[in-house]
Design a protein around this ligand. Structure first.
Ligand SMILES: O=C(O)CCC(=O)C(=O)O
Length: 271
């Protein structure tokens, strides 16, 4: 089967760019259409099945494990998925939201919240990333319509400006730390509500976020892509989680070097 090419440029509204700059997150409706999502879903599902051939019962998992099945680097284990992850349409939107000339891929990952799956604890993604730039961004796109009882992510408005609130990796502890920082800083929360297949939210690496549980009997299949601004350098890892990311995602580049290995292709502008 020929998969759709996702290279058509998307008309991003100036208000969306302004909203993102102010809040550290935004919603872009209709970035892909239902047919495009339907074409890639079986490929991405196959990637998830490859990572999780026999998932443990939800009751036997910790909070993070209950939140979703996580399947990383899908474009590497299934070539067809590169058509989605490397799509110029998505990378151009990422670059325009960040206000940078170019973006490189950090990695892709599917996050399938299973029927009965738990809530996603509050966390900051960039705590994991040994990069010297705050110009990092994640696209979060459901491949099927999201049920209203599940909804999309919940963001702490403006939290990208706080930088690292030292909540650490995603866990009950990060949930507690960010809950406390929301109260201390008197921050407002925003969710963009239920999304259609192909709508997407974008958030900066330091934007604190969480997601509700899945009380329905249907999986919430979401694909994510993470990019960073071209020109960023690798930093000394601050702990085991960043050491893991340094080895996994930066193609052998060392602290102090530009993060420009072949593992981190320039996806916008298109060469
Ligand atoms: O899908 C979720 O429940 C959470 C996703 C998330 O934390 C992320 O994409 O950074």
């Amino acid at each position: 089967m020929t998969l759709p090419r996702l290279d058509r440029s998307f008309p991003l509204a100036a208000e969306t760019i302004d909203y993102f700059a102010e809040h550290g997150h935004c919603c872009v409706r209709g970035l892909a259409d239902a047919a495009e999502c339907a074409a890639y879903l079986p490929e991405i599902q196959a990637g998830v099945d490859r990572w999780h051939p026999t998932p443990a019962p939800l009751a036997d998992r910790d909070t993070y494990g209950k939140a979703f099945l996580q399947a990383v680097a899908l474009r590497k284990i299934r070539e067809s998925i590169a058509g989605f992850t490397d799509a110029p349409r998505f990378a151009e939107v990422a670059a325009r939201l960040l206000g940078v000339d170019g973006v490189r891929l950090y990695h892709d990952q599917a996050l399938f919240k299973e029927a009965g799956g738990g809530r996603t604890p509050w966390h900051q993604d960039q705590a994991y990333w040994p990069l010297d730039t705050p110009d990092t961004i994640t696209m979060w796109m459901p491949l099927l319509d999201v049920h209203p009882d599940v909804g999309s992510m919940i963001f702490v408005d403006g939290s990208h400006r706080d930088g690292d609130v030292e909540a650490g990796e995603i866990s009950n502890a990060s949930d507690d730390a960010i809950t406390a920082s929301i109260t201390e800083r008197d921050r407002a929360l925003t969710t963009h509500g239920p999304l259609r297949a192909g709508d997407a939210t974008f958030h900066r690496g330091w934007t604190s976020h969480s997601a509700g549980p899945n009380p329905t009997d249907r999986v919430r299949p979401v694909m994510t892509i993470i990019w960073f601004a071209d020109g960023a350098r690798v930093t000394e890892p601050t702990g085991p989680q960043q050491r893991f990311d340094l080895e996994a995602w930066l193609g052998g580049r060392n602290p102090g070097e530009i993060a420009d290995s072949s593992e981190n292709p320039l996806l916008w502008p298109v060469g």
